[in-house]
Design a binder for this molecule. Structure first.
Ligand SMILES: Cc1cc2nc3c(=O)[nH]c(=O)nc-3n(C[C@H](O)[C@H](O)[C@H](O)COP(=O)(O)OP(=O)(O)OC[C@H]3O[C@@H](n4cnc5c(N)ncnc54)[C@H](O)[C@@H]3O)c2cc1C
Length: 347
């Protein structure tokens, strides 16, 4: 540990630990996270690795050790319209993971590449290339060439260092409960009900139960969650008493101005940059892709400009623009039910 680094990465989620690992091939890198390694509450997350994310891990030459696999492997999604009670099943290949173990695994890969890692270390401020951190309750000032914000949807770096905010109407609250798997659920269920949320709910079988959750507009999010749970219980799709309840924020990108690539001497990746699917909340592939794009630029040129990163990351934003066009098929009740009725693409 030194007092000066080429790059300091704030946040050791999938985006931060990936870019730290890649940059460490050439530079001195410090990776910090406010969580305690091995002793943290996992992020509220479905833990499903979608095909796009699997493809990038294959590119990174990363395979998943057995202990990261977190439940039955899933080959189907059942779409349930809670208002019309229509259901349809579609083929989809996910890897069902233990999110906490996945995160620990990615952090350990970064440490193995000689990344300096500080846990229980919170970002406080960044000014004149000096990062102020609170590590085990002690304030530290460390200098760096550039700061990388990988601190997720509620990015403190973004709040402290940028005037660019996510629009309040694009902030959603996701709430999840772990329920006993009394139904032997063996596929991923996606629940839609416009009267409760213009996002969606889910049930995912895990090794220790069913993750039942959803993403809801900020206002009355808890009541909306309970309303959805009641409907799903009444339709006998899940039952049982919750073992754990957890929540987190999703900054759903709905306009181009929601994205944030960084500021002077700061680059943003992953969910801190609002790189997440606005249709499904899938975010691992965007976390990995943005880490890869930025790492490639910085490995070529340590002084790479923000404009260059903005340009190269257009491919990510273009992918998200594509989701905006797909969204009416999922979230417009008439279109969705037409597709459910037609059995198009179903199994
Ligand atoms: C309910 C829910 C379900 C989801 N399910 C899926 C899914 O099944 N599949 C999928 O692909 N995506 C899913 N996502 C999205 C996925 O979780 C994110 O897109 C992904 O985790 C983004 O990675 P990240 O590294 O950018 O941010 P994060 O994973 O959020 O990591 C940010 C890190 O920064 C740290 N941090 C925050 N503030 C500070 C600070 N001030 N100082 C130091 N450290 C800090 C945090 O502790 C955290 O470790 C889901 C999201 C939600 C909310």
């Amino acid at each position: 540990m030194t007092n000066s680094y080429d790059f300091i990465v704030i946040g050791a989620g999938p985006a931060g630990s990936s870019i730290a690992r890649m940059l460490a091939k050439k530079y001195q890198v410090l990776l910090v996270d406010r969580k305690k390694l091995h002793d943290f509450k996992e992020k509220c997350c479905g833990g499903l690795l979608a095909p796009d994310a699997q493809k990038i891990l294959a590119k990174f030459d990363i395979s998943l050790p057995e202990e990261v696999i977190g439940g039955p492997q899933i080959f189907a999604v059942k779409v349930v319209d809670l208002e019309t009670k229509k259901k349809q099943k579609y083929q989809r290949f996910y890897i069902n993971m233990d999110r906490k173990k996945f995160e620990e695994y990615l952090i350990n890969l970064a440490i193995a590449e000689n990344v300096d890692y500080l846990d229980n270390c919170e970002f406080i401020n960044f000014s004149d290339n000096i990062v102020t951190l609170k590590h085990n309750s002690i304030i530290k000032n460390i200098s760096c060439h550039k700061l990388i914000a990988a601190d997720g949807a509620s990015s403190c770096v973004r709040k402290k260092c940028s005037p660019k905010r996510v629009r309040p109407q694009d902030l959603y609250v996701s709430i999840q409960e772990l329920l006993p798997n009394n139904h032997n659920l063996n596929h991923f269920c996606a629940f839609f009900d416009k009267s409760i949320t213009d996002f969606y709910g889910w049930a995912i079988p895990k090794s220790n139960g069913i993750l039942f959750g959803g993403a809801f507009p900020y206002e009355n999010s808890k009541q909306r969650f309970l309303m959805m749970k009641n409907k799903v219980l009444n339709q006998n799709l899940i039952h049982g008493t919750s073992i754990i309840r957890e929540g987190s924020i999703i900054a759903r990108p709905m306009t181009n101005s929601d994205f944030w690539c960084g500021e002077k001497n700061i680059f943003a990746i992953g969910e801190a940059a609002s790189f997440i699917s606005p249709s499904s909340a899938e975010g691992f592939s965007y976390a990995f892709k943005s880490a890869e794009i930025l790492a490639k630029l910085l490995l070529k040129d340590k002084n790479c400009s923000l404009q260059k990163y903005q340009l190269k990351s257009l491919v990510i934003r273009a992918n998200i623009y594509g989701k905006w066009f797909k969204m009416p098929l999922m979230y417009n009740k008439t279109l969705r039910n037409t597709i459910l009725n037609s059995s198009l693409g179903s199994i």
